[in-house]
Design a protein around this ligand. Structure first.
Ligand code: KG4
Ligand code: ZN
Length: 343
């Protein structure tokens, strides 16, 4: 019996394909990034992203299939991330997935990209990561889920404004750092003092809910860069030391909120297991500090390996959970763009 899955990912600006077995072995993988296309705009331009996916998606799938050294006959299904994401980007992936499913006579399985980020923690592990509190920290999402099984995800809380990665990216622009901002800001923060500036930790001590809020923190950074009452502002007016201190202090404020709230969620739901994925989870400081905090709080931590934190197709292995339950989709499957923060 065929035990390989072809997973396709095109939700934002990464075009990716992977061949993953039902026991989590990655036989082939290819990711085409679009950094050079978006950097002059300091953010992802949806129309450019969709056009680039169209050019790249077939060579990317071909590369993953060749690397896996399998034929279409070895495939049990084709998995495609259908939500959430940029509409044009999602449509390119879904259209190609449907075309291949039809031509190769394979079933198609739609995957939730946000849940897949969390599922990445457990791929290839012999023990299940479920039940757990799932935490996705990416460019579009900062969501906590109560996950009783790989098929049951209940949204607990999330950001009420900016996502953590979005705040990293926007503050990076304020500091004049190149795109993509998150990793650049993290690099600059290594040279700064995280205690230099007491930026706010929004909602951290609000015990009434587990939500996050980062837009006020972002504004606090903007005023710190501008200086009170100054008409002209910009990172060029700051010394390199001051820039690094702002980066480090901002990063620490975000990390304190992410770590504090996720551990609160684990305690509140008495789960004792935290599973974390998404682009921001590749941040070294976050990984180290969260590991220490979990050890101290006696919480079992699973954090996706750095290469599976940022967008990739391997995490589409989540589709195996639907395949095992006989939950295939039809060719009527559609994309669900938007942030869908509460799903
Ligand atoms: O999961 P991902 O690749 O795409 C989304 O689904 O959003 O996450 C991308 C986000 C971006 O905001 C990026 O700046 C952020 O993750 N990111 C980081 C780091 N690496 C990626 N943020 C902070 N530190 C990093 N090392
Ligand atoms: Zn993502």
């Amino acid at each position: 019996m065929a035990n390989c899955l072809l997973a396709i990912e095109s939700t934002c600006d990464e075009t990716a394909a992977a061949v993953v077995t039902d026991d989590g072995r990655v036989l082939g993988e290819c990711i085409a990034t679009q950094t050079e296309l978006h950097e002059q705009f300091q953010g992802v331009v949806p129309e450019i992203a969709a056009r680039a996916h169209l050019e790249r998606i077939l060579p990317v799938i071909d590369t993953a299939m060749r690397q896996a050294n399998i034929s279409k006959d070895d495939l049990a299904a084709i998995a495609i991330a259908t939500h959430p994401g940029l509409p044009g980007s999602l449509l390119v992936g879904l259209s190609v997935a449907k075309g291949l499913a039809l031509a190769w006579r394979k079933p198609i399985v739609g995957v939730n990209h946000v849940q897949a980020h969390i599922y990445a923690c457990g791929i290839g592990k012999s023990e299940s990561i479920f039940p757990c509190i799932g935490f996705v920290v990416s460019g579009g999402h900062t969501n906590l889920y109560h996950c009783t099984s790989p098929a049951e995800w209940t949204y607990i809380a999330g950001t009420i404004d900016d996502a953590a990665g979005e705040a990293f990216d926007k503050v990076a622009v304020m500091l004049g750092l190149p795109f993509p901002g998150g990793p650049q800001l993290a690099k600059l923060a290594e040279q700064g003092d995280p205690t230099a500036i007491a930026f706010p930790r929004p909602l951290l001590n609000d015990k009434s809910n587990l939500d996050f809020s980062f837009s006020g923190l972002k504004t606090a950074v903007r005023y710190r860069i501008a200086g009170t009452g100054k008409q002209i502002w910009g990172p060029s007016l700051l010394t390199p030391k001051h820039q690094a201190d702002i980066a480090a202090s901002f990063q620490q404020a975000i990390l304190d909120c992410l770590i504090g709230k996720s551990i609160q969620a684990v305690k509140r739901y008495e789960m004792n297991r935290l599973c974390v994925g998404g682009g921001v989870a590749s941040n070294h400081q976050f990984r180290n500090q969260l590991a220490q905090a979990c050890k101290h709080a006696k919480v079992e931590l699973h954090i996706a390996p750095p290469e599976l934190c940022t967008d990739n197709a391997v995490m589409g292995a989540l589709a195996w959970e639907k395949i095992k339950r006989g939950q295939f989709d039809s060719l009527d499957l559609d994309v669900q763009p938007g942030l869908l923060r509460r799903r």
